[in-house]
Design a protein around this ligand. Sequence first.
Ligand code: FAD
Length: 427
Amino acid sequence: MKGAMMDSHDRIAVIGTGPAGLIASLCLAHTGHSVRLVGPAVDHADPRTTALMQPSLAVLEKIGMRHAIENAGAPLRVMRIVDGTTRLIRSPAVAFHASDIQEPAFGFNIPNAELNRLLDEAISEQPTIQRIVAKVESYSPAETGVRVRLDNGERLVCNLVIGADGRQSRARIAAGISHMPAPLPQSAFVLCFEHEFPHDNVSTEIHTESGPFTQVPLPDPRRSSLVWVVPPHRAERLLQTDDEQLGHIIEERMQSMLGKVSVAGPRAAFPLSTALPPRFGDRRIVLVGEAAHVFPPIGAQGLNLAVRDIADLTALVPQPPADPGASDIIEAYNRTRRSDIMMRSAAVRSLNRSLLSDMLPAQMARAVGLDALRRVGPLRDFFMREGMSPGSGFKAIRREVRDALREQVDRYRPRPHKPQDRRYRHY
Ligand SMILES: Cc1cc2nc3c(=O)[nH]c(=O)nc-3n(C[C@H](O)[C@H](O)[C@H](O)COP(=O)(O)OP(=O)(O)OC[C@H]3O[C@@H](n4cnc5c(N)ncnc54)[C@H](O)[C@@H]3O)c2cc1C
């Protein structure tokens, strides 16, 4: 019975055609797996941009996408945090330079429409990815496989379902995983704008009482994207404001640091929420991307975390004939992803809370933290490395401590007697 099912069904189905589902399908295909990719037509008009950090670019390099993505994006060489709150306790500005940690750039900022288009093209060129343009209506997980019913009438049976179906994930519900959703009193207002002075590949995050206002460079030196976290009613007003007035508002908020601003192109507002399930896989279903973790867009963490979900999952999925949905694989995925997802979610949530909080201790903690980052070089280096990839800050500290110890040991190590030493020694 088990053998008959294995012959007729798919080993792996990826559900969802957002960036997480597309990247997951490509990573699995590049490691020799055949994949069914199910989801609606890919969104080629998403007005957002995504900052992909170096470790994510390294994963994309393995699927042959790094060059194209870097070409369509802008390098992020400096990231600056400015305290734009009007509170009693404010922090000084702090700037992080990629060159301080021997990187040419922290990452690249790419328009989502371009990113999705490039990934979509790569999918269509990949013979081992079978694309089904449909939505999943229901899942029935069982011991030997998951039955999946699609809204076009098709039915699949799969050993492993990868749920990349976003924050309202049905795959998560079918896996029996709750995710404790919490709406936030914030929306992300996004658009792209032109400015008088070149951005010099500097991104500036201005902290305000409603959340961060983040300018991120685009490939044109006089064009940037904006993610402005505001209360939902303010986002509604900003959506209605005419271009000229909106340009003034943005220029004023940036204290004219890029000169005159003119607004171009579409705008959108995304309601924000958080969600964090206690585990990321069960019943032959694993979750990646926003199906597994949702938090506000602070410090460009969301899709970068998703790429790490995918890299870890790809390393765990066994080659045929082994069962990719076996319980030990699902458990290994849960174990591997737990600390990274928990730590990133906690860090982003607490920074967001400290901005929203009127409490003096929260404001003090943020101000002291940012001031320490500004003044203490090694601490700043540690945060830059950890911000890009978990564990790399610790590795660098271990390396620095090891090098410092080696230097000390070398200094006191007895020198070997060289013949010429004796010749020139004075008594
Ligand atoms: C304003 C803003 C700015 C951001 N900036 C950054 C950034 O700079 N860097 C960064 O790393 N992250 C950033 N993020 C986070 C990032 O955008 C998300 O992490 C990412 O989009 C999540 O991708 P996803 O594929 O998991 O989900 P989604 O993009 O939501 O895709 C889910 C997919 O599943 C499909 N789907 C849903 N239900 C079904 C179903 N039943 N059957 C089949 N398919 C289904 C949907 O149609 C969709 O295609 C930002 C987020 C916001 C809101």
